[in-house]
Ligand binder design. Structure first.
Ligand code: FES
Length: 105
């Protein structure tokens, strides 16, 4: 499965996704600029991405903790999610996200 990631400079990258992995782990392990300081524990928000509108309904809705974290981010938008809370599966093959500026190391 694929994830299409646009980085903070507007460059697109097509990454090979892995079933059951966090989107954050895949983005990080491919070496794209994402801080992900807490390592995927939903407590830093430095893995924030903006999700292409057509994919939003396919994602599991955010937990109250994720919603709280997103609300504290200055560059959060209606389509923002924490990429460590997006668990890849076949339904998300082709997922398109853009890395938030605040996620840049
Ligand atoms: S890596 Fe910290 S909230 Fe996602």
């Amino acid at each position: 499965m694929k994830i299409v990631v646009t980085d903070q400079d507007g460059k697109k990258h097509e990454l090979e996704g892995l079933d059951g992995w966090q989107a954050m782990e895949i983005i990080r392990d491919f070496g794209l600029p994402i801080k992900a300081e807490c390592g995927g524990s939903c407590c830093c928000a430095t893995c924030m991405v903006h999700v292409d509108e057509k994919w939003l309904d396919k994602l599991v809705p955010p937990s109250p903790d994720e919603t709280d974290m997103l609300a504290d981010q200055l560059d959060s938008k209606d389509n923002s999610r924490l990429s460590c809370q997006i668990i890849m599966n076949e339904d998300l093959d082709g997922l398109e996200v853009t890395l938030a500026q605040s996620a840049k190391p």
